[in-house]
Each structure stands twice: as C-alpha cells, then as structure tokens.
Design a protein around this ligand. Structure first.
Ligand code: ATP
Ligand code: ZN
Length: 283
C-alpha cells in the first residue's frame, strides 16, 4: 500500500478538530506539538503539521496527498486541488465592514474607496463580480485597525461574533464568502484506494455526529404512533420486554431536530428515553 501524507494545521483554530477527526477515524498517532511529522501506526499515513497558508500549495504540488484547511485559504492561494469533503468545523464568514458612522449602504458605493484585507484575491474577485472598482490594500494582520488609522475606508476580514469589529468602531456591511474546513486532495488523488478508504471513514464519523442513538419503552397500544416518528437507519428495532404489554424501541434520530423529536415521542407515549452518542455509521 502507498503511504499517504496528509497536511494539517500545526497550531491554531483548525488543529484540534483536525486531529480529532483523524483519531475518530481510528488512526493511532502521536500528536507531538514539537514535531513536523507524525507516523500513523495502523494505517499507511503520515501527518504533516504545517501553517495553514502552506497547505493548499503543498497538496497541489503533491508534497502532501491530502490536506485539511479552510476554504478561505484555498481560494486565496488559488491552488488547484480537489475538494473531497466538507468537514463541518472551522466555520466563519468573510465580510466587508465599514465604520459605524459610514453612509455607505450599497456595494456600488465602495467604488473609489480603499479596503484593507489579508484576502486580496478573494476581495478582488468579489469586487469584480459586483462591478466595483475599489483599491485593495493588503495587510497581513490586524486589518480592523485600518479605518481608525486612516489607512482604509473599509475592511474585508473574517467575522465570527463581531466583537472585534465593535471594539474598533466598525459594523459588518456585506458578506463576501462563507468558509469551513475541508478535506482536499491532489487532483486525481480521489482515485487512490487508500484515499477512498480514509474518505469512507471520515464520512462515517461525520454521519454519526449528525445522529444520536435512542432507546425507549412504549406500551404496545402506542407503538405505531412512536414508530411513525422514528426512521432508524433502515427502520427501528422493536424488542419485547418482560411485561408483555410493553416493548423497547431502538432507533437513531437526527441532531438538528433532536428536541422536537424527543417531545413528540413523549407525547406519543414514549417513556424512559435513553439517548447515546454514536461513534460511526458505516453504510
Ligand atoms: P497559521 O499559524 O497556521 O498560519 P492562522 O493564524 O493563519 O494560522 P487561524 O487563526 O488559526 O489561522 O485560523 C485558521 C482558519 O480557521 C482560518 O483560515 C479560517 O478558515 C478558520 N476560522 C474559523 N473561525 C475563525 C475566526 N473567528 N477567525 C479566523 N479564522 C477562523
Ligand atoms: Zn495562516
């Protein structure tokens, strides 16, 4: 088997979740903070720990076969890579923000203005799509102080809670791009059997995260009503109880409407509801 290399962020916002998803795939490796490379002992894989900005190009050039990195960084580097799987963490939004007192209300009004950003390529693409000619000023960090220093009229940066904007007298104005962490591969790498295997494991971990395992008791007279609420992977399992008027039902339910479903089950006669996390769902 070919030994694959996967590049993940060495430290920062994506490191912990990247390590976690690989460990949840059953991969055993040491996560030494000091080392640049770690060998997985039970899968033909080496993990490279890098700065996130370098990951797309390393994957494009084949130094790593795979990588985990934010979409914002992939687009900004312009690297030619294949998107294999969105990973559901590292979610953020790139926004244009303007000073609180600014009179700007439409994107067109940014024409002729200076916008400070660490994402010049993404911003230029956005301005072009909106037919706006503005001056893009590239700064590597602390972009939000630009307007206060008289360096720019607006900024384009990652906004999560908006707290940093607020403390710098800025307000969000328009959304440029949404981003989350994705698994990327060198073009054509998705055809390798080792990549297919890893991808299948990652998808089973992601699927399991979206669902919970439930076990509940219900009187046989209410069974139909309860089962109608539960899909299961195929259909729910119904097990007899010692009291033959009652049964236990085992099923899976989705995380996104968890409480609505639990309340509906209770109303339909479910009792003693036990909910458990699922580690993997393999299909
Ligand atoms: P490195 O040292 O690897 O270059 P960095 O300082 O560039 O790290 P981090 O701040 O760790 O990067 O962010 C990594 C990625 O996390 C971002 O590129 C983005 O995709 C994502 N992210 C999620 N939420 C946020 C946020 N609130 N602010 C910044 N990035 C975020
Ligand atoms: Zn970075």
């Amino acid at each position: 088997m070919k030994t694959l290399k996967i590049a993940i962020q060495k430290s920062g916002r994506l490191n912990e979740k990247s390590v976690e998803i690989l460990k949840n795939c059953g991969l055993s490796f040491e996560n030494y903070k000091s080392s640049l490379i770690s060998t997985v002992t039970n899968f033909p894989l080496e993990i490279l720990f890098l700065r996130d900005d370098d990951i797309p190009e390393y994957v494009q050039d084949g130094i790593a076969d795979l990588g985990i990195v934010g979409e914002n960084v992939i687009v900004e580097t312009g690297a030619q890579v294949t998107y294999l799987q969105k990973l559901g963490f590292g979610k953020c939004t790139l926004k244009i923000a303007i000073p609180n007192e600014s009179q700007i209300t439409e994107v067109a009004q940014l024409a002729g203005k200076a916008i400070a950003t660490s994402y010049p390529l993404i911003l230029e693409k956005y301005l072009k799509e909106n037919n706006v000619e503005a001056e893009v000023r590239t700064i590597s960090g602390s972009v939000e102080i630009g307007p206060g220093l008289g360096l720019s009229d607006a900024i384009c940066d990652i906004v999560s809670t908006g707290g940093t904007l607020k403390s710098n007298g800025l307000k969000p104005f328009s959304e440029v791009m949404k981003s989350e962490a994705v698994l990327i591969g060198k073009e054509g790498s998705d055809l390798l059997p080792e990549v297919q295997e890893l991808l299948q494991r990652i998808r089973s971990v992601l699927r399991a995260k979206e669902t919970k395992y439930v076990v509940l008791n219900v009187a046989k007279s209410n069974l139909k009503n309860v089962v109608d609420l539960l899909p299961g992977v195929k259909s729910p399992t119904v097990v007899p109880l010692f009291d033959d008027e009652w049964v236990a039902v085992h099923s899976v339910i989705a995380e996104h409407d968890f409480w609505e479903k639990i309340n509906a089950l209770k109303a339909a006669g479910a009792e003693g509801i036990v909910v458990m996390p699922i580690e993997k769902i393999i299909s």
